[in-house]
Design a protein. Structure first.
Length: 132
């Protein structure tokens, strides 16, 4: 949860790398299915968005480290694209849960939304306390 427009951090690398690895493994598993129903198809579309976007984020981190940009500029559109990649990866993971069983898909969605709201609430509190 870095401020918008601030350079990417090593933590961003871990998050993007993890969210890039999950779709890659899922894609390999999808190749074994003879026919895709709606949820794996949705997952594939989400991963088709997430994989290149998250790879771009990892590239940006690499360039920033290569050129020693500790406080390098990161454009607002980069933040928007990065968030799109993260949301697409989560949606694809949700589609996998939904494909396995609708109840597990529903649980994943509900818990993800609650966790996201809690993280946002916590971030707002921390920023308020720290004077951001």
């Amino acid at each position: 949860f870095r401020p918008i427009g601030q350079h990417l951090t090593p933590l961003d690398r871990i998050i993007m790398g993890t969210l890039l690895g999950i779709p890659s493994v899922a894609l390999i598993q999808f190749l074994q299915l003879k026919k895709l129903d709606a949820s794996p198809t949705l997952g594939l579309y989400c991963f088709a968005i997430a994989i290149p976007v998250l790879a771009m984020g990892l590239f940006v981190i690499h360039v920033q480290e290569l050129y020693g940009l500790e406080e390098g500029p990161y454009p607002l559109f980069g933040d928007i694209v990065e968030m799109l990649g993260v949301l697409a990866a989560f949606a694809g993971i949700g589609a996998i849960f939904w494909h396995c069983h609708r109840l597990t898909g529903g649980v994943f969605v509900v818990v993800s939304v609650l966790a996201g709201l809690f993280a946002l609430y916590y971030l707002v509190r921390v920023r308020r306390i720290s004077g951001y």
